[in-house]
Design a protein around this ligand. Structure first.
Ligand code: AQP
Length: 353
């Protein structure tokens, strides 16, 4: 059975971009057809300036929202990254396979580092190395598919490169995964700045629809979305990015096609009104379920505890195999230590696994 892994960073309140680009596919497709793991990747939230109490709060909120959106712990594993040591263990080993140059080529690093430097701030080393941790997140579970939005595609490519390089140097250890992107909604743009992704850690509140925004707040944000000076409703990402974003959001919420939908509307106002209502309807059940789950925090904690236990059991053998393959001596208490004297190649070790 295919294994699927994906995650969200608790760097801000979850957005419509997170939902349409990733979470909805996890809920409606992935958890039903694959052995799926969904993770609150809290270690990634430490790569930028952070407030410890806020990260804890956002981690709990993200877990609650994933369940509210429809992830079912009977069908999939929901857990917090820092509860499973294997992620950090494997990350270091993969840092020994990755190169400085390929890390510095990562677009997210380049953009965020430039932003931080422009503000006179410094960049944490972990911001540079975080794609390796992301690779560890995926490879530890032998995931074959990684359902993500378009902004994460480059990091999944890096993961593929690291897995293939490790396998080639040290013997087959990792499944080489691939990214799976939704057909529509893979990159929801900021409503106030349609050339930038709608990101939860951005400061521009009015351009971002949060999953917990009240219906009237959603309506206001969509109605005030920046469009272009033209009159005609056409779908053209290059020339009319604001309009294209609204058409894509509407298409993604209603299951339509942005290009066909453009023919239905004669004014921007009508398009905005329908888009706002479509978003409100998509968010309504998530918000209702979120309210119920907030009244039962013990349930969410239990899901995360069970999830971490299951995740640990899945990751441990692969990470142990990677340690052995790359040349680390197993501890005497490790049952595998008994026969290491006879086995000196990763390939043999992995075959014996
Ligand atoms: N705007 C988006 N459109 C489509 N997909 C998106 N995703 C995020 N934003 C959009 C997808 O949601 C999943 C979880 O995202 P994340 O938590 O890794 O990143 P983020 O929401 O983009 O958060 P930040 O803190 O604002 O991140 P940066 O600043 O690093 O971009 C992923 O599958 C992502 O693709």
């Amino acid at each position: 059975m295919t294994r699927v892994f994906s995650g969200v960073k608790p760097t801000g309140h979850l957005t419509l971009g997170n939902y349409l680009g990733a979470m909805r596919q996890w809920v409606t497709v992935d958890q039903h057809r694959a052995e799926s793991l969904f993770c609150i990747v809290d270690l990634h939230a430490l790569t930028v300036d952070h407030d410890p109490a806020r990260v804890r709060r956002l981690s709990r909120q993200a877990a609650t929202l994933l369940l509210a959106a429809g992830l079912d712990p009977e069908l999939c594993t929901v857990f917090v990254q820092s509860h499973v040591d294997e992620h950090a263990r494997l990350s270091y080993v993969l840092e020994c396979v990755a190169t400085d140059g390929e890390m510095r080529r990562m677009i997210q690093y380049k953009e965020k580092a430039a932003r931080e430097r422009a503000r006179g701030g410094s960049v944490r080393l972990s911001l540079l190395t975080y794609p390796v941790l992301m690779a560890a997140d995926i490879l530890a579970y032998g995931a074959g598919e990684v359902p993500v939005g378009d902004d994460q595609a480059q990091h999944v490519e890096l993961t593929r490169d690291l897995a293939a390089r490790f396998n080639q140097r040290y013997g087959y250890t990792f499944v080489v995964p691939r990214a799976t992107l939704p057909k529509v909604g893979a990159r929801v743009m900021n409503l106030q700045d349609p050339l930038s992704k709608m990101g939860k850690s951005d400061d521009s509140g009015p351009g971002i629809v949060y999953l917990l925004d009240e219906p009237d707040v959603v309506r206001k944000k969509v109605m005030r979305a920046v469009t272009d000076s033209g009159q005609e409703v056409v779908y053209d990402r290059e020339a009319r990015p604001g309009l294209a974003n609204l058409l894509e959001i509407l298409a993604s919420c209603t299951g339509g096609n942005p290009s066909e939908l453009s023919g239905v509307y004669e004014s921007y106002g009508a398009l905005k009104r329908d888009t706002a209502e479509a978003v409100v309807e998509v968010l309504r059940p998530v918000q209702e379920r979120h309210k119920e789950l907030c009244a039962d925090p013990g349930y969410v904690e239990e899901v995360l505890r069970d999830g971490a236990e299951r995740a640990r059991a899945m990751a441990r053998p692969t990470v142990d195999a990677a340690y052995r393959a790359i040349g680390l001596l197993p501890a005497a208490s490790d049952p595998v230590a008994v026969d290491t004297g006879a086995v000196d190649s990763g390939i043999v070790l992995n075959a014996a696994r």
